[in-house]
Design a binder for this molecule. Structure first.
Ligand code: ADP
Length: 623
């Protein structure tokens, strides 16, 4: 029989395939095994209406090192001569797709068939010089052999095969400097590839392997050949939750994702919607060491009917949920990342949307039912959620704001809802202080002034906190107010009147302070919120001191600074000293102004530019 030519466009595609599409040559085994599994599925499916077809289904792998061949056989539906011709002679002609269409009306029938697009088989040519497909169609008497050495063409001849099914034999390419093709003849490599890509194929994948067993004398080891099943078949995420022990989920997670710690939370779901999928997700108990660095890669493992498509599919998770690990399995996805990429993309986007919703609702449930555990989680991963709220101009705030817990002056973590729920009579705003740590924040005079009224203050210590708060603006109609705001709204009418009078009479002094400090400050004013402190520092405008600190720490932003407002405490002895010096000793007054300004900077955690100069100043005034 003469050599037949591949269809023109197939030839081109074949060339392209071999040389470029799959950089990952090893996936050829996954492709052949998936085809075998599909073929068994088809027979299995037919056998539901045909009792003769019942038999033990299996996929066999055999190697012959001398002949350099790797063989994969199945006892599935097989192919007729015509099918060999159409399915393997034309690239992009997917028999699976045809079959699926024909059986669409049968309930649940062809669901779960893996391949959809006809390019998978040709990946064999990435590793083989010659490929033979010996196949006998179920219900037919004659078998046929399809042979091809690549682009040159293919040949189909009559052949012998005992039962229905297909045997694919690859003659591996000779090893070259880049690739050691003979690795694919090694037991170890095959076992590894099957475990990695095809562990959850639901038929046994068997291979003859050599095992050492102790001889009868108990010492010398003897070699024995046994048939071993290489895959575990049922994926844990496909099993019913009630049938799986928590320990099993935990060890699956620890093994698969290389974590020494048990997961903090396990999420399982079987979603039926625009795209159907099952997922098994984990929230780690500790962030990976590189979690808050650029090196960290988010992503979930993506399976299509138990076959691994992508080890780390980034698309499935928004950045702010990047800490979630796990697997997603959808029978709606095709195995090949191919021309149908666009369609796959749409399906992935659907799954990602649905996953995001699921994870957020799980977090919310966690917050309500296991508060302590949730707080632990939030201290470790809360920052990414907040970053999620900040990014995209706050579009995610509605979904996220109720998941935030803030440590507060009450000594506990509170949600915004809880804060508002326990606001004192007469309190109209939500108060927060932003800084680097809770204990320094607690001793800020402005915080003390607010707590003295009996109001709780949220102590915000994450860099991103204030940025989020500014975007939120309010919660449940209550303004979020920084304790360093000019008008905290906690003074009584009388206090306000007294302050206004004092401000009037101190006008000249404030002016002198401003002159002495020059461009360091935008404004100098009086404050009754400073307690035991002579001075305090806040900012004017949108950019708070904390926000400026965060921004200026980023490369290229070193010059960013808040517009400082120096606040002076009129009840402090230093204030009286300033009034005295203003008339008597201008130079000394200037030094006092610098002292009070530097002190104010220190209380909000900004170090003086010249510490030695500052120490000199302190000593001048405590003498
Ligand atoms: P896909 O699997 O994406 O459809 P392939 O190129 O891998 O594309 O295979 C082309 C077609 O050849 C399959 O759709 C199937 O009809 C047929 N085929 C391949 N391998 C087998 C097999 N082991 N048994 C029966 N049919 C097969």
């Amino acid at each position: 029989m003469a050599l037949k030519q591949f269809k023109a466009e197939s030839k081109r595609l074949l060339d392209l395939m071999i040389n470029s599409i799959y950089t990952n040559k090893e996936i050829f085994l996954r492709e052949i095994i998936s085809n075998a599994s599909d073929a068994i599925d088809k027979l299995h499916f037919t056998s539901l209406t045909d009792s003769n077809a019942s038999r033990e289904f299996e996929i066999r792998i055999d190697v012959d090192k001398n002949a350099r061949t790797l063989t994969v056989s199945d006892n599935g539906v097989g192919m007729s001569e015509k099918e060999l011709e159409t399915n393997l002679g034309t690239i992009a002609k997917s028999g699976t797709l045809d079959f699926k269409k024909k059986n669409e009306k049968v309930d649940g029938g062809a669901e779960g068939l893996i391949g959809q697009f006809g390019v998978g088989f040709y990946s064999c040519f990435m590793v083989a010089d010659e490929v033979t497909v010996l196949s006998k169609k179920y219900g037919e008497d004659v078998a046929h052999k399809w042979t091809s050495a690549g682009v040159s063409g293919y040949e189909i001849t009559e052949a012998e095969r005992e039962t229905s099914g297909t045997t694919v034999t690859l003659v591996l390419k000779a090893d070259d400097e880049d690739v050691k093709y003979s690795d694919y003849l090694e037991e170890y490599t095959i076992m590894r590839l099957v475990k990695f890509y095809s562990d959850y194929i639901r038929y046994p994948i068997r291979m003859q392997v050599e095992r050492s067993v102790p001889a009868e004398d108990g010492k010398t080891a003897e070699k024995e050949t046994v048939i071993e099943t290489l895959n575990s078949m049922t994926p844990i995420w496909k099993r019913r939750k009630s049938e799986v022990k928590t320990e099993d989920y935990e060890s699956f997670y620890m093994e698969k994702f290389g974590d020494y710690n048990k997961p903090a939370r396990i999420i399982t779901a079987n979603i039926e919607g625009a795209v159907n999928y099952a997922c098994l997700l984990f929230i780690p108990s500790e962030p990976p060491y590189d979690f808050y660095t650029k090196a960290f890669k988010k992503g979930l493992q993506l399976y299509s009917s138990g076959v691994l498509i992508m080890d780390n599919c980034e698309k499935l998770l928004p950045d702010y949920l990047g800490f979630v690990r796990g697997v997603v399995d959808s029978s709606d996805l095709s195995l090949n990342i191919s021309r149908e990429m666009l369609q796959q993309d749409r399906q992935l986007t659907e799954i990602a949307k649905s996953l995001e919703k699921k994870i957020l609702s799980e977090l919310s449930k966690w917050l309500k039912t296991e508060r302590e555990e949730y707080e632990k989680f939030f201290t470790k991963f809360g920052m990414t959620l907040k970053i999620g709220a900040y990014e995209g101009f706050g579009t995610k705030i509605p979904q996220l704001k109720d998941l935030f817990v803030y440590y507060s002056t009450s000594g506990k973590f509170v949600t915004l809802k809880e804060y508002v729920g326990s606001m004192k009579e007469g309190q109209s705003d939500i108060y927060y202080g932003a800084g680097t740590d809770a204990s320094s924040l607690r001793s800020l005079p402005q915080v003390t002034a607010v707590t003295a009224k009996g109001y709780d203050v949220l102590l915000m210590t994450d860099n991103v906190d204030e940025f989020v708060v500014k975007l939120m603006g309010e919660y449940d109609g209550k303004k979020l107010k920084s304790v360093s705001s000019e008008d905290l709204g906690i003074e009584t009418e009388e206090e306000k009147k007294a302050s206004a009078e004092k401000a009037d009479s101190s006008k000249a002094l404030l002016e002198e302070f401003k002159n002495a400090l020059g461009t360091n400050v935008t404004e100098v004013r009086l404050s009754n919120m400073l307690g035991d402190y002579p001075s305090g520092l806040t900012a004017k405008g949108e950019l708070s001191i904390e926000m400026a600190k965060v921004l200026s720490a980023m490369p290229g932003n070193e010059k960013i600074r808040a517009q400082y407002v120096l606040e002076l405490n009129p009840a402090h002895p230093m204030f009286a000293l300033a009034e005295k010096l203003m008339g008597e000793d201008k130079a000394k007054f200037g030094r006092l102004a610098v002292l009070l300004f530097t002190e104010a900077m220190l209380t909000v955690g900004i170090n003086p530019e010249n510490p030695a100069e500052f120490v000199k100043l302190i000593n001048e005034f405590i003498r």
